[in-house]
Design a protein around this ligand. Structure first.
Ligand code: CDP
Ligand code: MG
Length: 867
C-alpha cells in the first residue's frame, strides 16, 4: 500500500525546509508510477465512472486545480439522501447558511479555521459538507479528531444517522475500540489515535481532509497534531496530493494558530459562524463559596426543580465519582423512576432492589490505583482521579438539609410556579457506556424534567438539547505536574472565565435561560483566570523527537521537555546526548537519537515505561504476563485492598512466594485467578475486585495482545484470556522487567533511626525510603502488600501525595539487579559502553553508585558479587 512505500522512520517531526525537500524526493522516487489522483481518489478533472461509481482508469492528476471538486460533485455519486426531519433540523443550524463560504474557503486554502458557538453545528455538519464536496470520493478519507472519546463516538453515530449511511461508512476509532472498515468515508477519532497514525504514516496519505475539532480546548494532543500538520500540509501540497486542514474552535481566541509565524507560513483564513444565542441570566452565590460545592449543587437542583418552570437542568461537576454521588443523592430525594411512573408499588420495590444490586456492582469504590498508562487515557484518568484520599466529597447519609433560606431562587422568578413533574436524572461523563451517553440526546419521558449531571464533556463537546438551567460549581479537575520530577497530582481548581461562560451558554440554546454559579462574583472576578492555559504548558511527558524545535502553537516549558527527554534517555529509548568535544561547545544544543529499543517501544500504544516492559517481555515466555500487568494497571481501580488478594490461596495456583513480592504481581494474580474462576461477578465481589474494571482489563489485554502479535508476529500470543500461573522463576524475571521499566522509580529503605535520635527524627525515619526523584522521604502506602514488610529496595509506579508522600504500585527488587536493569542510573568504577549491559558485562564494575538524574543523592550500592 501507499503507506508502506514511504519510509517514515527517516522523517523527523521538526524537519527544516531542506530536509523536507530531501524527503519529498525520496518518497517521490518510491511512488513512481502512481499519480496523486490515484492515491487521493480525488481528481480535479471530471471523472468518468464505472458502474460501481469508482473513477475509471488513471487520471492525469498533475494539474490539481481548485475548480473541479464542484465538477466532481456533479459527476460522481456523492448525493446524500437525508430524511425529511433530519433536513428540517439541519436547516435550523446556523452553520448551514455558511456552507458555501466554508467550502470555498477550504477549497482555496490549505488551512481553514472555523469558529462558532457550541451547538452551531460544526462537528456534525462540516464533515458532511466535506463529503458532499467530494473529499471522501474514491480512496479519500475524511478524518475528524476530538479530544474526548464521548464526542468521537456520539458524533460518528449522529453523522451516520443524519446522512443515512452505515456506521461502517461513518465510523469512529478510540483507543481500544472502533468500527472502522475498508468502506469508511468519514472517520471520527480521538486526537491520540491520529497521533499514533502519524507515527505509522507521516504524510497521512489515506486522508484527503483532516478536521481538528475543539481546538480551543488546547489538549496536548491537539496542539501536537496542529504542529505536525503544519508541516505535513506543505509536504502533501508539494507531492501534488494536497491535504486540507480544518481547525474548528468554539471561541474566537485563535491567535495562537493564526499569529504564530512558526506554525503556518500564510495566515489561515478564519470563517466565523454566527449563532443564535438567547440571553442567559447569571446568578452568583452571595456567600463565600463552600468547600462542599456538591451539597450546594444538590440544594440548587432541588430548588430549581421545585420552584422554577419547566426546562432541563444541566449541572457541571468535576469527575465521574462526583457525578455518581450527586445523582445518588438526587435520586433519594426525587425517587420517581420514570419507567414505573404508572407501575404499582410492588413492582417499584422490586426494581429498586435490583437497582441497588446493580449499583453495588457499579458504584465507584475507593480508587487506589489511579494509574496513567497510556496517553489517550489521560481523559479517563482525569475523570476517575480521586481527590482526597478517595473519600466521597460529600457525606451521602446526610440528605435532609436542603431547605436553607439563603438562596437566590425566589418566588418572583417562579412566575409560572414550580414544576411538579418527576425528575429524570442522567449522568454524562467520558467513561460512561455509549448507549447511556446517548440518552441525553433523546427527549426525557413524557411529563418529566431532564436533569443531566455532567463533567466538562458537556461544556463544548456535546450539546444537550432543551437545557434551560445551568448549575455551575465553577470547579474543574486539573492535572498538575511537578516540573522537575514529573510527579503529577490532580487538583480541583476554579475553572477559567472563558469556560464558565461556555457553561452558562448551554442554558441559552432554546430560549432565555438561567445560570446559577455556586460562587460569588468577587471570586469570579478575582480568582478566575481569563482562559484555561493550554495543557501543553503544564505537562512534562511527550515522546517527541527533538522537541525543542517543534512548532507548537504554544511552546511548552523547556524544563518539562527536558524532563520528558531525560526519562526517554534513562529508559534507553533515546541515546545520551554526545558529550561536547571542546568546552566552548557546551552551550550548543546536543541532539539525541532514537535507539532500536525506542523504536520497539513506540510500537506499543502505552506510555514509555510500560512500552519498555512490553519490548522486553518476549524473553522466557513472559509476554502474556507483562501484557496482563500492563492491562491491569490501566483501569482506574481494579482492587480495593491488595492484601486481601493474597489470601485467595486456592484459586490460580500462583501462590508461590515470589508472586507476592509486589503490588503489580498481586494484580497479575487477581487477573489470573479471575479468569481461572470463570470470570464471574460473584468472584470479583467476593474478593473486592471491581467487576467492571476487570472487564476493562480483559478488553485491554485482548487489544494489547493483538498489538503485540502485530508488532512481534513470532510471539504468537494466545488470544484465549485464560492464563497459566507463572513459575517462580518467571515471577522473579517479571520483577526484573518491571525494574527495567521503572528504573527511575527506585527507592531504598533509610537506615533505622537510632534510639538516641530525637522523637521527631525517629518518627520521620521510621519505615522511610529515599528515592531518586524526591529529596524528602517517601513511604509505602498502607494499601500495598509490602506495607509492614519494608523490603530494602523497591520500585514504585507513582508517587501519591496526601498527608505523607506515599509510593504506590510497589514491587520488591534485589539490589544486584540495579547495575543491569537500571544501568543509566548507576555510575561505575569503569565506564560501561553498553546502555543495556548484561550481568556478565557489569562484572568487574561492581563498585557502583546509584545516582539520580537530578544529582540529588548518590547511593553506594553494596559491593555485590554478580555471580
Ligand atoms: O460542534 P457544534 O458544537 O458546533 O455543534 P454540533 O455538535 O454539530 O451540534 C449541532 C446540533 O445537533 C445540536 O443542537 C445538538 O444538540 C444536536 N445533536 C443531537 O441532537 N444529537 C446528537 N447525537 C448530536 C448532536
Ligand atoms: Mg462540536
Amino acid at each position: 500500500s501507499d503507506a508502506e512505500s514511504i519510509d517514515t522512520s527517516e522523517i523527523s517531526t521538526d524537519e527544516e525546509d531542506e530536509q523536507e525537500d530531501e524527503d519529498d524526493g525520496k518518497s517521490a522516487a518510491k511512488d513512481i508510477g502512481k499519480s496523486p489522483a490515484e492515491e487521493s481518489g480525488i481528481s480535479k478533472e471530471p471523472v468518468e465512472q464505472d458502474n460501481d461509481g469508482k473513477p475509471k482508469g488513471s487520471q492525469d492528476g498533475t494539474n490539481l486545480a481548485k475548480q473541479s471538486l464542484k465538477n466532481l460533485r456533479k459527476t460522481v455519486n456523492i448525493e446524500v439522501k437525508r430524511s425529511k426531519s433530519v433536513q428540517e433540523d439541519r436547516l435550523k443550524l446556523p452553520i448551514l447558511g455558511e456552507e458555501q463560504v466554508i467550502m470555498e474557503t477550504i477549497n482555496e486554502n490549505p488551512v481553514t479555521i472555523i469558529c462558532g458557538e457550541t451547538g452551531s453545528g460544526k462537528t456534525t455538519q462540516v464533515p458532511q459538507f466535506l463529503y458532499e464536496a467530494g473529499y471522501a470520493h474514491g480512496n479519500g478519507l475524511i478524518g475528524i479528531t476530538e479530544p474526548r472519546r464521548v464526542a468521537a463516538i456520539a458524533m460518528s453515530h449522529r453523522v451516520a444517522m443524519e446522512m443515512n449511511l452505515s456506521t461502517s461508512e461513518v465510523s469512529y476509532q478510540i483507543r481500544y475500540e472502533g468500527n472502522v472498515t475498508e468502506d469508511t468515508k468519514i472517520r471520527f477519532m480521538t486526537d491520540g489515535v491520529l497521533l499514533k497514525e502519524v507515527q505509522k504514516d507521516f504524510l497521512l496519505t489515506r486522508y484527503s481532509a483532516i478536521v481538528i475539532d475543539e481546538a480551543h480546548e488546547r489538549s496536548v494532543y491537539t496542539d501536537i497534531l496542529i504542529g505536525l500538520l503544519s508541516r505535513i500540509v506543505p509536504l502533501r501540497e508539494k507531492r501534488g496530493n494536497p491535504l486540507k486542514l480544518i481547525i474548528m474552535s468554539a471561541t474566537l481566541r485563535v491567535e495562537d494558530f493564526t499569529e504564530n509565524k512558526k506554525l503556518f507560513k500564510i495566515t489561515p483564513p478564519v470563517v466565523k459562524v454566527d449563532s443564535r444565542q438567547f440571553p442567559v441570566t447569571i446568578h452568583f452565590n452571595k456567600r463565600t463559596p463552600l468547600d462542599d460545592y456538591l451539597n450546594e449543587a444538590y440544594r440548587k437542583v432541588c430548588k430549581i426543580h421545585r420552584m422554577l418552570p419547566e426546562g432541563g437542568i444541566l449541572v457541571f461537576v468535576t469527575g465521574q465519582q462526583e457525578v455518581h454521588t450527586l445523582i445518588r443523592k438526587l435520586k433519594q430525594t426525587f425517587p420517581v423512576n420514570p419507567k414505573n411512573v404508572t407501575s404499582d408499588s410492588k413492582q417499584k420495590k422490586k426494581s429498586r432492589k435490583k437497582k441497588t444490586e446493580q449499583e453495588k456492582l457499579e458504584a465507584p469504590k475507593i480508587d487506589l490505583n489511579n494509574y496513567s498508562v497510556e496517553p489517550v487515557d489521560e481523559e479517563a484518568e482525569r475523570e476517575a482521579g480521586i481527590d482526597s484520599d478517595g473519600e466521597d466529597l460529600i457525606d451521602t447519609t446526610d440528605v435532609t438539609d436542603f431547605d436553607d433560606g439563603e438562596d437566590d431562587i425566589s418566588m418572583d422568578e417562579t412566575a409560572a410556579g414550580g414544576c411538579t413533574d418527576p425528575l429524570y436524572i442522567l449522568p454524562l461523563y467520558s467513561l460512561l457506556s455509549t448507549e447511556k451517553q446517548e440518552r441525553v440526546f433523546s427527549p426525557p419521558p413524557e411529563g418529566c424534567r431532564l436533569c443531566v449531571v455532567a463533567t466538562n464533556v458537556a461544556e463544548t463537546s456535546l450539546t444537550i438539547p432543551n437545557i434551560r438551567y445551568v448549575v455551575d460549581t465553577g470547579k474543574v479537575k486539573t492535572k498538575f505536574y511537578d516540573k522537575v520530577t514529573g510527579v503529577s497530582t490532580f487538583k480541583i481548581t476554579w475553572t477559567s472565565k472563558a469556560s464558565a461562560n461556555q457553561r452558562a451558554g448551554r442554558a441559552g440554546r432554546v430560549g432565555p435561560g438561567h445560570c446559577y454559579r455556586l460562587y460569588s462574583s468577587a471570586v469570579f472576578n478575582d480568582d478566575f483566570e481569563k482562559f484555561s492555559p493550554a495543557e501543553i504548558t503544564r505537562r512534562p511527558d511527550m515522546n517527541i523527537d527533538k522537541v525543542i524545535n517543534f512548532p507548537y502553537p504554544t511552546p511548552p516549558d523547556i524544563e518539562q521537555i527536558k524532563a520528558a527527554e531525560n526519562l526517554l534517555i534513562s529508559l534507553g529509548a533515546l541515546t545520551k546526548p554526545e558529550a561536547p568535544k571542546r568546552f566552548k561547545d557546551t552551550k550548543k544544543e546536543q541532539s539525541t537519537k532514537i535507539t532500536p529499543l525506542g523504536r520497539a517501544m513506540s510500537c506499543f500504544p502505552v506510555a514509555p515505561r510500560y512500552a519498555k516492559m512490553l519490548s522486553l517481555g518476549h524473553q522466557h515466555d513472559l509476554l502474556p504476563y507483562v501484557v496482563a500487568i500492563v492491562a491491569a494497571l490501566s483501569p482506574d481501580s481494579l482492587k480495593q485492598r491488595l492484601q486481601h488478594m493474597i489470601q485467595v490461596k486456592k484459586v490460580w495456583a500462583g501462590t508461590g512466594h515470589s508472586l507476592l513480592l509486589g503490588d503489580l504481581m498481586v494484580m497479575l494474580k487477581a487477573v489470573g485467578s479471575c479468569e481461572y474462576e470463570g470470570f464471574s461477578p460473584e468472584f470479583c465481589e467476593k474478593h473486592g475486585i471491581r467487576y467492571k474494571a476487570m472487564k476493562e482489563v480483559r478488553k485491554l489485554r485482548a487489544q494489547l495482545t493483538n498489538s503485540v502479535n502485530t508488532v512481534i508476529p513470532e510471539a504468537n500470543l494466545c488470544v484465549d484470556p485464560k492464563l497459566e500461573p507463572p513459575s517462580d522463576l518467571q515471577a522473579k524475571l517479571l520483577r526484573q522487567i518491571i525494574l527495567a521499566g521503572l528504573g527511575d522509580h527506585v527507592a531504598r529503605k533509610c537506615p533505622d533511626p537510632l534510639p538516641t535520635d530525637d522523637a521527631a527524627k525517629r518518627k520521620k525515619l521510621k519505615n522511610a525510603y529515599e528515592c531518586i526523584e524526591l529529596e524528602e522521604p517517601v513511604y509505602i502506602h498502607p494499601c500495598s502488600v509490602l506495607y509492614r514488610q519494608n523490603p530494602e529496595y523497591v520500585v514504585y509506579q507513582y508517587i501519591h501525595e496526601t498527608s505523607k508522600v506515599y509510593m504506590k504500585g510497589i514491587v520488591a527488587i534485589e539490589p544486584e539487579w540495579l547495575p543491569v536493569f537500571a544501568a543509566t542510573h548507576c555510575s561505575f568504577s569503569k565506564p560501561l559502553d553498553d546502555p543495556a549491559p548484561s550481568f556478565d558485562e557489569v562484572k568487574g564494575h561492581v563498585v557502583c553508585h546509584m545516582t539520580s538524574t537530578f544529582s540529588r543523592c548518590s547511593w553506594g550500592l553494596p559491593a555485590v558479587q554478580l555471580e
